[in-house]
Design a protein around this ligand. Sequence first.
Ligand code: PMP
Ligand code: GLN
Length: 397
Amino acid sequence: MQCREIITILYLRSMQIQSKLPDVGTTIFTVMSSLAVQHNAINLGQGFPDFMMSEELVSLVNTAMQQGHNQYVHMNGLPLLRERLAEKCLKLYNNNINPNDEITITPGGTYAIYTALTAVLNKGDEVIVFEPAYDSYIPNIIINGGVPVLISLEYPSYRIPWDEVKAKITSRTKMIMINSPHNPTGMVLCEDDIIQLKEIVAQHDIFILSDEVYEHLIFDNKLHLSMLHYPELFERSFICFSFGKTHHCTGWKLGYCIAPKVLTSEFRKVHQFNCFSCNSPTQVALSTYLQNENAYLNLGKEIQAKRDYFRQLMLATPFKLIPSYGSYFECYSYEHFSNERDFDLAVRLTKDYGIATIPISSFYNNKTDNKVLRFCFVKNEETLKKAVERLDKWQGY
Ligand code: PMP
Ligand code: GLN
């Protein structure tokens, strides 16, 4: 053993980290993606496109770098980009957002969610979270001293059980987390959900954290019902977005949070000492790119075509569709032909058949297993075809 290692071990004997997240392991996305790489599997697990993002946007980033936009931008985000986003909010949601006081550019949507929770939560505050829940939500609440109050979406519709929500609100409820279009299920909020939410906030002083990273990835002519659109909801909301999702560049890790001035002011107190300012050339590029609204308005139709293509292919398998109306994902049930744990099945399909998916039980704190797998269909047609051919070879049904 080397001297340095011995010293480290001696140190660790006397210094103990009391884990802030003792029950947390490695995120399922990393687990399944690593397994996919190890077994050379087609990765329909983690949500990322396997096709090229807009070449125009790539070239705008190159130009921005060549023109010298390589230093810090304003800590709240490039002013021009924030102006473009404000214009978009006005056009799409009829909300006259102030780009100076109400929009903050962040290194991704996940960071925006974390920062909003950090800004708001004090020890013991309760946060209502719907399960299946995106994997970062619960650890983000816990690490900030909050208490997640878990409510299962109804299965298999994945609708919100509003009566249960009302029953679980207490004097300690600080926030409710909403995610539409929803990951992992593809559920989207409808008008009745908005009515219920309005009713709740009219009676209780609670904040809303609305994860809208799939804002434009919505199908079947459904409308995205953003918190931006309803003044009585917006006044208490942190709304989180991701450029990575909208522009097929998940690796950029760039997003933003929109919130009323007083909330944004607290958000920025945290943000300024954590990230301070985000990647500059991508912000410069996006501020030009967003001038063309087709950059995002056609997205739903384009991605729906992929969903429909994948659905068609899946008809040849006995997996049962649980329809998705938005996001990168569609869920499929196999309860009628197997009792295998979803995690075990996902691992086996990856190792033995070369197709990676995500088991839905990973999105439940208590690992509820309804025998459902999540497939990411935002891929080239050849990828989807090859993946389903591999499923076809599976003799498990
Ligand atoms: N929320 C949900 C529901 C997501 O699926 C994602 C996907 N990455 C994010 C937030 C975070 O986005 P980002 O990669 O920009 O952090
Ligand atoms: N949002 C992506 C998904 O749900 C993955 C993000 C991540 O790997 N953390 O698959």
